[in-house]
Design a binder for this molecule. Structure first.
Ligand code: FES
Length: 167
């Protein structure tokens, strides 16, 4: 079968196909303008959304909750409690005579409960061996990518009060 027109070196289909390859890649000024306008509009709307959210965003208000009496647990001892809601389990460790640290007990990897390893002086997650620093909750080892949220404690008289969650 002959696919060429008589007297022509071009295949027959090329003549019948109306769009040329070179023209397919050609972007008209109108198309470019449309693209730029739509992209700019999208970015403008996104920025307005961020602005509106930042104006109306209210930082969470945490309850002030008594956690323990000073000296209630020995140095190296642990107390478990819930803060700011009953579902948020936390751990407090007495690290020195007058030093207490407290973190969320929920591992930042897949939410297993962390516990205090006194021998290693770190918080450990048994699920995938994630280890956290007792000093600041940062990740020492394992799959967690974020530090443990810290529970801010305040001493009032003889009481330790949880006042805020950070991180
Ligand atoms: S859930 Fe804690 S390390 Fe995976």
């Amino acid at each position: 079968m002959n696919w060429l027109r008589r007297g022509s070196s071009e295949p027959l289909w090329k003549e019948e196909f109306s769009v040329r390859t070179a023209d397919e890649r050609y972007v008209t000024r109108r198309q470019l303008t449309k693209f730029l306008v739509l992209t700019s509009l999208g970015m403008f709307v996104g920025n307005i959304w961020i602005l509106v959210r930042s104006i109306f965003y209210k930082a969470p208000i945490y309850p002030q909750q008594p956690i323990a009496q000073l000296g209630e647990i020995p140095v190296g001892g642990v107390k478990l409690f819930s803060y700011p809601t009953k579902e948020d389990h936390c751990i407090m460790i007495r690290t020195g005579e007058d030093e207490y640290v407290s973190y969320s007990q929920k591992c930042t990897h897949l939410s297993c409960a962390v516990y205090y390893s006194q021998g290693e002086n770190r918080l450990e997650c048994p699920c995938h061996n994630g280890f956290f620093s007792i000093k600041d909750g940062t990740v020492l080892q394992g799959p967690p990518s974020r530090p443990l949220p810290r529970i801010v404690l305040e001493t009032r008289g003889e009481q330790l009060i949880a006042i805020e969650v950070k991180g």
